[in-house]
Design a protein around this ligand. Structure first.
Ligand SMILES: Cc1cc2nc3c(=O)[nH]c(=O)nc-3n(C[C@H](O)[C@H](O)[C@H](O)COP(=O)(O)O)c2cc1C
Length: 157
């Protein structure tokens, strides 16, 4: 029997103390609510690389929208990891949280296009939160984290 815990990698952009961080922390609380058995590895996109990605069973991406795109930090993560992990992360379940000022769809489109190159599968529809996250938005981020964690633990994804 394999006693290795399932690992969920959370890769995030956005500035410290910002909206993406608040959503991320809510998602992390949701992941933690799934109980033991799942290891959460939460990394700033700029500090995350192929090693963490190869070790992960699922991925949660959190980014602000910048200029109709994902944050430069998340794009840099993809730029640095694509070839090193090519052919090794196909089928990984992933989910996406985007914090936006007024839109968010450009970031979603860009991320979806890139992760299709990795061969990842969406575990849930992307969560776009426009403006300051209110309680309902934070709850949605919490629930997304909890759903990902529970699904990974149950082997559903
Ligand atoms: C450089 C820059 C570019 C932005 N471009 C967009 C954009 O294209 N679309 C949008 O909806 N919001 C845009 N915004 C607003 C941010 O997406 C929004 O304020 C987000 O909630 C910031 O998240 P953060 O607090 O984690 O940094 C931009 C903000 C910055 C600083």
């Amino acid at each position: 029997m394999n006693d290795e815990p399932m690992r969920l990698l959370l890769v995030y952009g956005g500035h410290a103390g910002g909206r993406t961080e608040r959503l991320r922390l809510a998602a992390e609380a949701g992941i933690a609510s799934s109980g033991p058995g799942l290891a959460l590895v939460s990394r700033r996109a700029l500090d995350c690389g192929p090693k963490e990605l190869l070790a992960a069973h699922g991925v949660l991406l959190c980014t602000p929208e910048h200029f109709g795109y994902m944050s430069g930090a998340l794009k840099d993560f993809f730029d640095r990891t694509f070839y090193p992990v090519e052919g090794h992360t196909g089928g990984r379940p992933y989910a996406l949280v985007v914090s936006a000022g007024n839109d968010g769809t450009g970031a979603v489109r860009a991320v979806e296009r890139i992760v299709s190159g990795y061969g990842w599968t969406a575990m849930a529809p992307p969560l776009i939160v426009v403006g300051d996250p209110d309680d309902a938005a934070l709850q949605r981020a919490h629930d997304l984290g909890a759903t990902l964690a529970a699904g990974l633990l149950a082997g559903i994804f």
